[in-house]
Design a protein around this ligand. Structure first.
Ligand SMILES: *[C@@H]1O[C@H](CO)[C@@H](O)[C@H](O)[C@H]1NC(C)=O
Ligand SMILES: *[C@@H]1O[C@H](CO)[C@@H](O)[C@H](O)[C@H]1NC(C)=O
Length: 406
């Protein structure tokens, strides 16, 4: 494990020119890595070579999902991770009280910024979601379909739970991702099943959430199945950042692989930790576009237990040092979240994380983002350098290709 060390948080903003210059190593790396695959190199917007140096920022589509009692946490994550370029879909599962969903819907309706940009929606007709059941995968696919249908041209989909929190401003994330090929998928995976072969892949479950109206738990069948022979199983983190082309492949289903695997995973425990991983790694078209990392900061016990550790102030230095844009898991109202807001996001309580789109001032406690300018003007900070170094490491020739789908 890396040793945390103290550092002074730099509060100044870099000029776009300085950042562009410092991004040259990342750009060069991407250029040489991807040159054998010309399809992925094409800058997304134009043939003009100068756009390589100041590319258009991408858009992200977020699903922020929770259950009973998660409404307040979802509101907080939304404010912390908000940017007008992105799309946000909120979901409180069918098990949560109707009043809580109505309260969240009211929050979305009454926040001027959301109504103005029209990029936040709540799934008012909630899905039934069973803990560790296939209904979790069904929710993600449903959310992706809804986000696609809205017609905003987003490039990446991110799933967040109520225990997640951003640890980097969206301006930093959008800035660095502007330089990446839009078909990369961040998905942590391995085919080395270990104990999961006997505990996850062979046992079969049934998820009553598929047909019952009340929230319940999955139940286990007596029979076990053999390991599949027509495809190879992969497991990994349920937390992903997936590209639009890959998700179109999953949702539109012109190839039967995503559909066959969805049916297979109906009887698997914890299918969010295997479905996308197995689809992408068994697909000739997409396995080369995987980066074996979920871009989350997560602390596991040694040996790992079912759930990762709850992060507290004790982990702040590691959070600070991590290049990941998100961290998990946080307990409700955990004090370190205030510290993250204050020191990493510069977000005053109840306001948005400031960025280049916020033009107002903060006199008398006003939210500077209530007055806004151009959405595409990003104001990245030194935090973006952390993400850049992480990506440099992940795209390194020793890490990138050799760790794909193995
Ligand atoms: C579902 O829950 C409701 C309220 O708790 C209860 O009245 C109803 O009987 C339950 N239905 C089933 C099929 O268990
Ligand atoms: C994290 O905190 C929640 C309460 O907020 C608790 O239910 C859960 O067990 C904790 N997880 C761990 C791994 O300690």
């Amino acid at each position: 494990m890396r040793k945390p060390h103290h550092r002074i948080i730099k509060t100044f903003h870099l000029s776009p020119k300085t950042l562009t210059l410092t991004l040259i190593p990342l750009l060069t790396l991407i250029f040489f890595l991807l040159i054998p695959n010309p399809k992925t190199l094409t800058p997304s917007n134009s043939k003009d070579p100068t756009t390589l140096l100041s590319p258009d920022p991408p858009r992200f589509a977020y699903l922020i999902a929770g259950s009973t009692g998660d409404g307040e946490r979802i509101k907080r994550i939304l404010r912390a991770a908000y940017h007008p370029l992105n799309s946000y879909l909120l979901h409180l599962d069918l098990g949560s009280p109707e009043e809580e969903r109505a309260d969240l819907a009211e929050f979305v309706r009454t926040e001027g910024v959301f109504t103005e940009f029209g990029n936040v929606r709540i799934m008012e007709k909630a899905d039934s979601v069973t803990d560790k059941g296939p209904t979790e995968v069904a929710l993600v696919l449903h959310a992706v379909a809804v986000l696609m249908r809205e017609g905003r041209k987003w490039s990446w989909f991110v799933n967040l739970g109520a225990e997640d929190y951003p640890i980097m401003a969206q301006d930093d994330l959008l800035h660095i991702f502007s330089y990446l090929p839009r078909d990369l998928n961040f998905i942590e995976h391995t085919s080395n099943m270990g104990w999961k072969e006997s505990q996850r892949s062979r046992p079969m479950i049934v998820d009553p959430g598929l047909y019952g109206s009340n929230k319940s738990e999955v139940f286990w069948m007596k029979e076990k199945r053999s390991m599949p022979s027509s495809f190879k199983l992969f497991v990994g983190s349920a937390w992903v950042i997936l590209s639009r082309p890959f998700l179109e492949f999953c949702i539109l289903g012109w190839d039967n692989l995503p559909r066959t695997l969805l049916m297979y995973y109906t009887n698997s425990f914890s299918s969010t930790e295997g479905y996308f991983h197995t689809v992408i790694c068994n697909s000739m078209d997409f396995h080369k576009n995987t980066i074996n990392h979920d871009l989350r900061f997560i602390m596991w016990d040694d040996p790992p237990r079912q759930d990762p550790r709850n992060l507290t102030s004790e982990h702040f230095d590691m959070i600070l040092d991590s290049g990941a844009p998100f961290a998990r898991t946080f307990a409700h109202g955990e004090a370190v979240l205030d510290k993250i807001d204050h020191e990493l996001l510069k977000r005053p309580n109840g306001q948005f994380t400031p960025g280049g789109w916020c033009w107002g001032n903060s006199h008398f406690g006003r939210d500077p983002c209530a007055i806004h300018g151009k959405q595409k003007v990003l104001r990245p900070t030194m935090r973006s350098k952390k993400l850049e170094s992480l990506l440099m490491k992940l795209l390194d020739t020793e890490n990138f290709r050799p760790r794909q789908c193995i």
